[in-house]
Design a protein around this ligand. Structure first.
Ligand SMILES: CC(C)(COP(=O)(O)OP(=O)(O)OC[C@H]1O[C@@H](n2cnc3c(N)ncnc32)[C@H](O)[C@@H]1OP(=O)(O)O)[C@@H](O)C(=O)NCCC(=O)NCCSC(=O)C[C@H](O)C(=O)O
Ligand SMILES: [Mg+2]
Length: 284
């Protein structure tokens, strides 16, 4: 089985849940997030790392009915890395999220099960410059933008200013697409700002991300909505596929060619898979 079959359909809404927060882990079971990323890194204070691992182990063993489960471990330079790795061996999450990946060489030496794919977080200027090689590494199934850390390393006066990170954000999407893997947008910190979240999620969709990483239950539904194709887009895709006969054609006032039909087919196939998965989960 390839890493892509493991994640088919690709998740759209990826919610971080700190490993030491029992109530949040329970609540996460009821939420319509496609993937939970149980965090052992920055959301868990140093003195609670052991609690974080215990919480993560219990929650993963209990299961999250139909959701993909990822574990964000502490990186190889961290004193918590070795114990996080033993947890990975015990619980075998669907995905390992590795933070602050700056060089592909970090992935070569990583003692995680070879058949558990990685999402590599790109969160530094060096990571941005090496994103292409990181994305091309055989263990990597996706990239995640870590924009809080990136804004910090770039010394941005305002970490909310995505325009100051536009080039970096697009390099993450480019690197993922060049390698044929998934790409996820960073988190939106202002948890009470629903309209700001909706705008940023929509922007992430338009930039080509497969979905967005999230930090609060209130962001899950708006994320799913932002990345769902509209009824108009689905109708358009069906009409393009039905109308196309080959070469360059006029279709409803615009030119269509092979690549437009291919995009339309991909959109319809993704939506069909997501529908099937939603029905499967509802029946559980
Ligand atoms: C951001 C928070 C610290 C806010 O906490 P709080 O104000 O306590 O939340 P609420 O009172 O609004 O919570 C309401 C209920 O929802 C549950 N909850 C909250 N967050 C989550 C969650 N993420 N998943 C599931 N459930 C959640 C609460 O338990 C309440 O439920 P109940 O008690 O039953 O009423 C907090 O939301 C939080 O901790 N979020 C996750 C933070 C996190 O994981 N951060 C690390 C990843 S982000 C990052 O590192 C980005 C990257 O690396 C970068 O560099 O950019
Ligand atoms: Mg980070």
């Amino acid at each position: 089985m390839t890493i892509f079959q493991t994640l088919n359909p690709a998740p759209v809404s990826l919610l971080y849940v700190p490993g030491h927060k029992g109530r949040a882990l329970s609540k996460a079971k009821q939420l319509p997030a496609d993937m939970l990323i149980i965090d052992l890194e920055d959301a868990v204070p140093a003195e609670l790392k052991a609690d974080g691992r215990l919480g993560a182990a219990g929650a993963i063993r209990e299961g999250f009915s139909g959701k993909y489960v990822a574990l964000r471990i502490n990186g190889p330079d961290s004193p918590y890395h070795a114990e996080d790795l033993s947890l990975v061996q015990q619980v075998r999450p669907d995905i390992i999220v590795l933070p602050k990946v700056d060089h592909p060489a970090v992935l070569d030496g990583l003692a995680t099960p070879a058949d558990v794919p990685l999402f590599a977080m790109i969160e530094s200027p060096t990571g941005i410059f090496n994103a292409q090689a990181i994305a091309a590494h055989s263990r990597v199934a996706g990239l995640i933008a870590g924009l809080n850390d990136l804004a910090h390393d770039l010394r941005l006066p305002d970490y909310r200013d995505r325009s100051a990170m536009a080039l970096s954000i697009q390099m993450i999407v480019l690197a993922a697409r060049a390698a044929g893997i998934l790409a996820y947008d960073g988190v939106y910190n202002a948890i009470d700002d629903a309209s700001g979240f909706a705008m940023e999620a929509d922007e992430g969709h338009r930039l080509g991300f497969d979905g967005k990483t999230l930090i609060h239950p209130s962001q899950v539904d708006p994320c799913n909505q932002a990345f769902a194709p509209s009824a108009v887009a689905l109708d358009d895709a069906r009409a393009i596929v039905a109308a196309f006969t080959g070469g360059a054609e006029r279709f409803e006032g615009r030119m269509i060619e092979d690549m437009h039909v291919d995009s339309a087919r991909q959109l319809l196939a993704r939506e069909a898979l997501r529908d099937e998965r939603r029905r499967g989960i509802a029946q559980q």
